[in-house]
Design a protein around this ligand. Sequence first.
Ligand code: PLP
Length: 389
Amino acid sequence: MGIYLDHAATTYTDERVLEAMLPYFRNEFGNTSSVHGFGRDAGAGIVKARQQTAEAIGASPGEVYFTGGGTESDNWAIKGAAEEAGSGHIITSAVEHRAVLDTCKYLETKGFDVTCLTVGEDGMVSAQSVADAIREDTILVTIMFANNETGTIMPMKEIGEVTKKHGVLFHTDAVQAVGHVPIDVNELGIDLLSMSAHKFYGPKGVGALYVRDGVKIAKLIHGGSHEKGMRSGTLNSAGIVGLGTAIALAVEEIAPQAAHEAALVQRLKQGLLSMPDTRVNGHETSRLPGNINVSFDGIEAEALLLHLDLNGIAVSAGSACSSGSNKPSYVLQEMGLTIEQARAAVRITVGRENTEQEIDTAIETIKEVVSNLRAISPLYQNKQAKSEE
Ligand code: PLP
């Protein structure tokens, strides 16, 4: 096995989570909708998972709806709020995940008006820009908790105050934040929150949407009475139990984990910034502990990625979804980076099991590959020659 430094793309399933899930494939296999004992046994697992999920974000169990992941939760929150309102104006930001941006674009085709806020050089959406964009007919503000490429944490509390003041719904895509930074939906004034288990050491294909009590959104999936008739389909009981266990463990261990990740990121930062023409993208302090996004002038991140992969080191260029598309990151360009700088950026995201030794190996390998790539980069050589003139 190599060195995995791409935890923002996905995490492995924690052994303790896997253990908790296994019975739900075997003895507790019942359909949670069934009235017999088998169904009830499986149902008990769901009840516990719902409690664990609610507790992790300061909500009550009745406000948690299980879904098929972050993309579904985002789609449901945004389309559900829009359909419930019938018409109106939606505010989002230009650095959202595609699950939010494409959903908003779709709603534009259905007659909704969308304002896409720009961000500062640090990748941050300001609460003032949200306040300035609010109109009489604004029905929803959807701003992500933390950006998946730069790790920048948005000013949730301030945005929550603005939406509350104007009586507008506040949805946040918290897929990258849940389990990594403390979240209290009441303290932050969040009405709708999306999460995904595979970003916090749970299984893939399962997520949740928090819907504040009293907030009405239209259903996304019709067909039965599951999840109070709001999200039909036989429950993924093993997955949901996995999500519940994973979120409970992540929240329990949040402080030491954050400290561990932040120390590794600091080590990476020091090591990588010792190279010339290298910069860190994103906010200095308001950021996820395990994320660092770095641009190495004069190189193509895709080339760096491939060389690192040959050395058994996994990082990504931009988000996992856009990796491989060879398109420079729209998030970094929105922050004012040139296409060249955006093309030269990699996202390194550390996790629970990474060690200092792994980080040192990664630093050494990255330095070597970057130097080699720069040595054959006409762009970089020209720049060097110019600066020596
Ligand atoms: N939102 C953000 C910010 C993400 O980082 C991701 C996953 O990369 C998603 C949404 C989509 O989540 P899922 O993979 O569970 O559909």
